[in-house]
Design a binder for this molecule. Sequence first.
Ligand SMILES: Nc1ncnc2c1ncn2[C@@H]1O[C@H](COP(=O)(O)OP(=O)(O)OP(=O)(O)O)[C@@H](O)[C@H]1O
Length: 302
Amino acid sequence: MSLEVSNLTKIYGPQKALDNVSFIAEKGQVLGFLGPNGAGKSTTMKIATGFLIPDFGDVRVNGISVLKHPKQVSRLIGYLPEHNPLYLDMYIKEFLFFIGGLYGMSGQSLKNRAAELIDLCGLELEAHKRIGQLSKGYRQRVGLAKALIHDPEVIVLDEPTTGLDPNQLVEIRKLIKNISENKTMILSTHIMQEVEAICEKVVIINRGKIVASDLLKNLKSEGGNTLLILEIEEEINLEWFQNLGKVRYLGPPKTAVSIAVQDAALARKEILATIQEKNLSLVSIQQQERTLESIFQQITQV
Ligand SMILES: Nc1ncnc2c1ncn2[C@@H]1O[C@H](COP(=O)(O)OP(=O)(O)OP(=O)(O)O)[C@@H](O)[C@H]1O
């Protein structure tokens, strides 16, 4: 089952929060939806799950329009919103029965499904507590169980690990990876390690526009596997190093740049030759493997 986002535009007053956003998430492939704060991730997720109407564009789940058939689509999608809303006075099971009821589930099949999710989401030991008594990590697990109760084909998770401690983080990531099998999953985040650990495909949004969309492995190899960080005392003109690979300023000030290169040894020689030829003062050249984090910074920093 695919989720196809087509030409979404959303305007808030004078601000275009989304500007012609399109991408496709496909079955069996976790799609990491990345962007800095305020880029438009949650707005896209809310529209995709039928909670917000766009000014232009549509989202189709298996060809079914969320604008024309919001109820039908909501049965196909499980959504964990950024601020995971839960009923704090309810017990976990009671809450899952309540949510299942909203999807028309009842009787033994609902009981079985709730028990299955309590097990899958590692909630057994806490099952006797009210949701308000749970830690943040366990509340996230309840949010995941809630999103999965109706066994949706498409799962949309908006920053599911924000605020978790390192142990909870690893556990929840494992859980997300497990439940993603044979499903279509969109995971919105700004944590790069999370994407490296879970996702096959990456879509990067910046200031409401899609700036990259590719398989993670393609994105990482594109434009060179090594990043050279050059700092000199003078202001750098990007054109000096453009023939070596993708160059971006790291500042202001414009005295440091990152250059994504294929052949680091050759590029270093050429950089030194340019510095000598132009009589510039070298501060440092550092070499890093190109990680998703450095790609993200290169793409989303001005
Ligand atoms: N209801 C609203 N009214 C006005 N502006 C809004 C509203 N909702 C979102 N925005 C603006 O739209 C832009 C995109 O917001 P959105 O929440 O989608 O970003 P995000 O990528 O999810 O950010 P974060 O990572 O910080 O959660 C932001 O500039 C935000 O202030």
